[in-house]
Ligand binder design. Structure first.
Ligand SMILES: O=C(CO)COP(=O)(O)O
Length: 252
């Protein structure tokens, strides 16, 4: 049985005060039983403060990106070693917005996954197809290619602790959710790829999230499906009430 993981991706939203107030508000309401992993992936600027606030309750803090080198002349970048030095637990890698606007490629995602492992940070590896790819029947081909590239060079023991997020690009921030059955089918295809590349045990252990217009109203149906182990949530993770509702629904 895989433990569900609900991760909020705040993207480039919230001021510092809004971010700290969110965590203070969540502090006393987050479920204490160990039945769900709740994560907030915040703007890098706030990570040390948020890690400090969340240290005494059940919320993990993640970054939204990082470089693959631990140090160097890379102005404006943040390294895996720097993230781990402030006890960041997770990092989102290969989000479609980074692939589209910031030249993230399958190759850099693969290097970043390796760097995250070395730094002891759990990667949340994103994949997903465009509307055009979906409509031309290329969804599984696209997603399998991204996952094969991202997982190239690792062992089953490493991969089983990673998180994969299937986020169809056309469903991100649009209010259009893939149907639970469609999302489950693609998540199942990803699990098959993991089984082919590694083994059945690894495929059964790796957690696969769905992302794209997830909200309290649709999360239960998504999570009721065999291959969907959680959600990577943008808009609905920005309000305390909806984030908590998502986390609570993941355990009920
Ligand atoms: O991109 C996403 C999470 O990484 C999804 O965003 P929305 O939940 O706002 O559609």
């Amino acid at each position: 049985m895989r433990k569900p993981i609900i991760a909020g991706n705040w993207k480039m939203y919230k001021t510092f005060d809004e971010a700290t107030q969110f965590l203070e508000a969540v502090r006393d309401q987050i479920p204490t039983e160990d039945k769900v992993d709740a994560v907030i992936c915040a703007p890098a600027l706030y990570l040390p403060t948020l890690v400090g606030i969340a240290a005494d309750f059940d919320l993990a803090i993640g970054a939204q990106n990082m470089h693959y080198e631990n140090e160097g002349a890379f102005t404006g970048e943040i390294s895996p070693a720097q993230l781990s030095s402030i006890n960041v637990d997770y990092v989102i890698l290969g989000h479609s917005e980074r692939r589209e606007y910031f030249n993230e490629t399958d190759e850099t995602v693969n290097k970043k996954v390796a760097a995250a492992l070395t730094a002891g940070i759990v990667p949340i590896i994103c994949c997903g197809e465009t509307l055009e790819e979906r409509e031309s029947g290329k969804t599984e081909q696209k997603v399998s290619g991204q996952i094969k590239a991202a997982l190239n060079g690792f062992t089953a023991e490493q991969v089983e602790h990673m998180v994969i997020a299937y986020e169809p690009i056309w469903a991100i921030g649009t209010g259009k959710t893939a149907t639970a059955d469609d999302a489950n089918q693609v998540c199942g295809a990803i699990r098959n790829v993991v089984e082919q590349l590694f083994n059945k045990d690894c495929a059964e252990k790796v957690r696969i999230q769905y992302g794209g217009s997830v909200k309290p109203e649709n999360i239960e149906e998504l999570l009721s499906k065999e291959h969907i182990d959680g959600a990577l949530v943008g808009g609905a993770s920005l309000q305390v009430d909806s984030f908590l509702a998502l986390v609570n629904k993941a355990i009920s």
